[in-house]
Design a protein around this ligand. Structure first.
Ligand code: ATP
Ligand code: MG
Length: 469
């Protein structure tokens, strides 16, 4: 049976069939061996008897003068096969004529010469009987050569052997059938843990992602499968929980600007307003719209970046040029807050330029927002053997503990003190997504000595691993 055809059957059926087949082959082998040993043994016994009797007859003949019938001659020769019903002894002259025989010989006259020449016992069959015969030359006392033959009727032995063969074949068939039944039962009970695993797996749904397969109960072979399955469920559950939290966060985040918009608009509409008042209201609405629009844009970006199919198109990026661009871009706000921005170092990487700009800009915008007035923000680029790094540091209040743990998750707000221009809380999540897309990492080096440092590290080409998504 080919593997392909076998695979159509259940494991239980396959195991049972293969086991029965193996058992049949084994018992056939053992039976065949025994049968062969028995045949050899019986033949050997026959041959010993044939040889012995012939030797005796040869000796007896050497004491006789002539083959002419005489009572002494006949009784001496006949005596040799007394009690051996299966044996026939006969003596023939050199001309082939049978002088004496204890019974009619079964070996045809024509076959006797061959028998004498081969000097070995041979199997011959004649009219429904099978015989084993042996013949050799002898000499009378006068020196005259005569041929002595002894035949053994092996019909009974053959029947016995045939019966044994039938019994062996029956035993083989029976053991195959019993093996099939036993193996089926064993395989079924052996595979029970698999069925119970499947039953548990069937109960797992989106609402019941907490359910796990037991890893203690199943046999060793299935434990690995159970753990792998459980690990998959862990990941699914985590993603599912994250997705749930995320949509509730998103709804929560959008509610504030929307209710601001609705409130302001309702107040405006409550009575007649001057053109200036309308303008002021629209300007304030515009801010909320921009915030909403930015939130949606950021969300879209994150959704795309987190898609496992997303690939970055890498081009050479000069990190120093990026940093200098930030300096220029944030110039007005920096001046406004009385903060300066210094750039040092140099480094090039292969990356998506727009994404890198976005990541650095997010870090700088945070630094600007949190920097102490009059302090200096620094961007330090370093080209190290294993990685190229870009560090943005600013002096300011340390990051609050409640934000620290989930700094890079979405909607991680710390600006609970209601500072103006409060962020959406997606900036660092986006930085992290971008770094993951580039097989790099973003880390925060705490706020020791009142300085907050965010470090982007890009593994250099030599240490570059396939992008993790
Ligand atoms: N340089 C920094 N110093 C102190 N706290 C920081 C600094 N950078 C980030 N944080 C804290 O981490 C939080 C998350 O930052 P993130 O950039 O993700 O969001 P955000 O700046 O509030 O909003 P967004 O960047 O989307 O406008 C911030 O709210 C702030 O509390
Ligand atoms: Mg930010």
């Amino acid at each position: 049976m080919s593997g392909r055809r076998l695979s159509r059957y259940s494991i239980t059926t396959r195991l049972a069939l293969l086991f029965a087949l193996a058992l049949a082959a084994l018992s056939l082998g053992a039976g065949g061996y025994l049968y062969h040993a028995l045949t050899v043994d019986l033949t050997q016994r026959d041959d010993n008897e044939l040889h012995g009797k012939t030797a005796l007859a040869v000796e007896e003949l050497s004491r006789i003068d002539s083959l002419a019938p005489s009572d002494t001659r006949d009784s001496a020769l006949a005596h040799m096969v007394v009690g051996h019903d299966r044996l026939t002894l006969y003596v023939a002259g050199a001309d082939g004529r049978v002088w004496f025989a204890t019974r009619t010989p079964r070996v045809p006259a024509g076959a006797r010469t061959a028998l004498l020449e081969s000097a070995q016992a041979r199997r011959l069959a004649n009219d429904g009987h099978s015989v084993r015969a042996f013949g050799r030359w002898a000499h009378l006392r006068t020196g005259e050569a005569v041929a002595v033959f002894v035949e053994s009727d092996t019909t009974e032995t053959d029947r016995l052997l045939a019966r044994h063969l039938r019994e062996i074949l029956l035993a083989v068939l029976l053991s195959a059938l019993l093996g099939l039944g036993a193996a089926y039962g064993i395989a079924r009970s052996g595979l029970r843990p698999l069925r119970s695993m499947a039953d548990t797996a069937k109960q797992i749904s989106a609402e019941q992602l907490g359910e796990r397969l037991s890893v203690e109960d199943p046999p060793v072979e299935l434990r690995e499968l159970a753990s792998a399955f459980n690990a998959m469920l862990d990941r699914l559950q985590e993603s599912f929980t994250r997705l749930n939290e995320f949509s509730s966060d998103l709804a929560h985040e959008m509610r504030t600007p929307l209710s601001n918009l609705i409130g302001q608009t309702q107040v405006m509409l409550s009575r007649g307003r001057s053109a200036d008042e309308y303008r002021a209201a629209l300007e304030s609405n515009m801010e909320e719209f921009e915030r909403l629009s930015r939130m949606v844009g950021d969300m879209l970006f994150l959704a795309r970046a987190d898609n496992p199919q997303t690939r970055v198109s890498r081009r050479p990026v000069d990190l120093r040029a990026v940093a200098l661009k930030m300096q220029q871009f944030y110039e007005p706000i920096l001046a406004d807050r009385n903060v300066s921005l210094a750039v040092s170092g140099d480094g090039r990487i292969e990356a998506d330029p727009l994404m890198i700009e976005r990541a650095v800009s997010n870090l700088v915008s945070n630094a600007v927002r949190h920097a102490e007035p009059g302090s200096e923000i620094t961007i330090r680029i370093e080209d190290r053997p294993l990685a190229t790094t870009l560090q943005v540091s600013n002096r300011g209040q340390p990051i609050p503990a409640q934000v620290r743990d989930r700094l890079f998750s979405r909607f991680a707000h710390a600006d609970t003190d209601g500072r103006e221009g409060e962020g959406v809380g997606l900036g660092l999540a986006i930085v992290q997504s971008i770094m993951k897309l580039h097989s790099g990492a973003v880390t925060v080096n705490g706020s020791g000595e009142g300085e907050t440092r965010f470090l982007l590290s890009f593994p250099s080409a030599a240490a570059n691993l396939p992008a993790r998504t």
